[in-house]
Design a binder for this molecule. Structure first.
Ligand SMILES: NC(=O)c1ccc[n+]([C@@H]2O[C@H](COP(=O)([O-])OP(=O)(O)OC[C@H]3O[C@@H](n4cnc5c(N)ncnc54)[C@H](OP(=O)(O)O)[C@@H]3O)[C@@H](O)[C@H]2O)c1
Length: 308
């Protein structure tokens, strides 16, 4: 029997359509989630059309376990779980137990669904670095990854410089822990020790110039979709090495997801859900995300459907 799912359709707005797909077939290490909420990430929306037609898209979900993993790992039937994995945007999702985490009672499932990709990316890029008392610049700070990164960097004791695309997009960032909010990079008047770059393009090249000796840029994303041009010798530096690195480690996110859910439960992290609606409105949500009208996350409610 088929279930309802958001599937790739190159002819649909945003290349996504609410259609049907076969029920997931879990491996022994996977549980099956009755999905209640999903969230969108820019990369998934931008790249939806590149996946084969009919693919169940998306990675972030939260719901109720309807089938525990056959290998005995992970939560039992009935547990509330947030998860990261392929095929999340469907009524049911099979996901590795190592990539899910139980949601504390204090946390709503819709807020939990906002966390996986953006929250774990922010957590992992910051936790592996020495940020206590350091100047950390976050570009694309108004977005999904950015708003979590601002909060987690502040929690970790950094001096947080948040960069946004326009004055209006600065709203709320000081309240999340940003010590400085700048439009573009022009207002950054002192070197920074770490850059979390969500924007790429010319801003990435400019951010490199702002690094203090020994500092590093982590290129998380490339929302600008513009090339970055480095002038000859601009990467040459006499003194402690400056570094530029990639991030793409979303393996076994369960324990980190549990950490983030714990922060939410304790009121130390805000979920920053700025857009909420039915998954039938996926085209509207995707358009708003691409147009930079969402401050944080878009969460869609997965309602009951005829083809269940
Ligand atoms: N490496 C990984 O594993 C990983 C994980 C998650 C996300 N990503 C990538 O990281 C980036 C951020 O993801 P996200 O989900 O946080 O996206 P998002 O919510 O859409 O935020 C992107 C931010 O980028 C800024 N931006 C600057 N120039 C832009 C332009 N020309 N077009 C669009 N946005 C522009 C926007 O700033 P304003 O709002 O101030 O205008 C926006 O807030 C994306 O490229 C995504 O694909 C990578």
């Amino acid at each position: 029997m088929d279930m309802r799912a958001l599937v790739v359709d190159p002819g649909a707005p945003g290349a996504l359509r609410l259609g049907t797909a076969p029920e997931p077939r879990p491996t022994p290490g996977q549980l099956v989630l009755d999905v209640r909420h999903i969230s969108l990430n820019r990369g998934e929306v931008v790249f939806a059309g590149r996946r084969p037609a009919g693919t169940v898209h998306g990675y972030d979900a939260a719901g109720i376990v309807v089938r525990a993993a056959a290998d005995g790992t992970g939560p039992a039937v009935g547990a509330r779980v947030a998860a990261f994995g392929e095929g999340a945007w469907a009524r049911r999702m099979a996901v590795d137990t190592a990539s899910g985490a139980e949601v504390p009672d204090e946390v709503g499932l819709a807020d939990a669904a906002a966390l996986p990709m953006a929250g774990v990316t922010a957590l992992r890029t910051l936790r592996s670095r020495d940020i206590l008392g350091r100047r950390v610049l976050i570009t694309g700070a108004a977005g999904g990854v950015g708003r979590y990164a601002v909060q987690l960097a502040a929690l970790g004791g950094a001096h947080v410089v948040a960069s946004v695309g326009s004055p209006a997009r600065a709203a709320g960032l000081a309240g999340l822990g940003a010590h400085e909010v700048v439009v573009g990079l022009k207002g950054v008047d002192r070197p920074v020790d770490l850059v979390l770059d969500n924007v790429g393009g010319p801003q990435l090249a400019a951010a490199w110039e702002l690094l203090a000796p020994g500092g590093g840029v982590v290129n998380i994303g490339w929302a600008s979709e513009e090339p970055a041009v480095f002038a000859p010798y601009s990467l040459f530096f006499v003194g402690p090495s400056k570094t530029m690195s990639t991030f793409g480690d979303v393996h076994e996110v369960g324990p980190d997801l549990a950490t983030l859910l714990g922060f939410l439960a304790a009121g130390r992290l805000s979920p920053e859900v700025d857009w909420r609606g039915s998954w039938e409105q996926v085209a509207d949500a995707a358009r708003a995300l691409l147009d930079r009208r969402i401050a944080g996350k878009a969460v869609l409610d997965v309602g009951p459907g005829a083809a269940d």
